[in-house]
Design a protein. Structure first.
Length: 151
């Protein structure tokens, strides 16, 4: 097995900070008061989880698009079509009440993991890709479960 490159792992884990911060705000409301001293409300609680989640799903569409460039012919066309699904999902489905938006975002990240697997299975993603994606997705889904269950 090939290890996850250190830089990819560190940056991937750093990308979890807004999810973890938002979940902490929901679980421990006192953190909102502390953070509110130097951060605007958009960087607190469920709002930061939802906003950042939309950004990350859109970013991941770009990553999948990059994987699709390695395919040829019909496989490439299918790859490009699949790669836009996370961004479109975020745009159309992550809206409305925060609880509903969090459920849809949860579904979007679960679906993204299935797309990651499809690209990895075709050999379009690095061999370590799924180990990184499962780790990151597990944390993201755990963080999204907080506003779904508690907010």
């Amino acid at each position: 097995m090939t290890a996850i490159p250190r830089s990819a792992l560190i940056l991937g884990l750093a990308g979890l900070i807004p999810f973890l911060w938002g979940a902490a705000n929901v679980l421990f409301p006192a953190t909102v008061g502390w953070g509110g001293q130097w951060m605007p409300p958009m960087f607190m609680g469920s709002y930061v989880i939802l906003t950042y989640g939309v950004v990350i799903l859109s970013f991941m569409s770009g990553v999948l698009w990059g994987f699709a460039t390695k395919a040829k012919g019909q496989a490439a066309a299918v790859g490009y079509a699949l790669s836009v699904i996370p961004a479109l999902w975020a745009f159309f489905m992550v809206n409305g009440a925060p609880g509903d938006a969090a459920v849809n975002l949860f579904a979007g990240f679960a679906g993204l993991l299935m797309l990651d697997y499809a690209f990895a299975r075709q050999g379009l993603a690095p061999v370590w890709w799924m180990r990184l994606r499962v780790l990151l997705t597990a944390v993201v889904l755990g963080c999204l479960a907080v506003p779904i269950l508690l907010a």
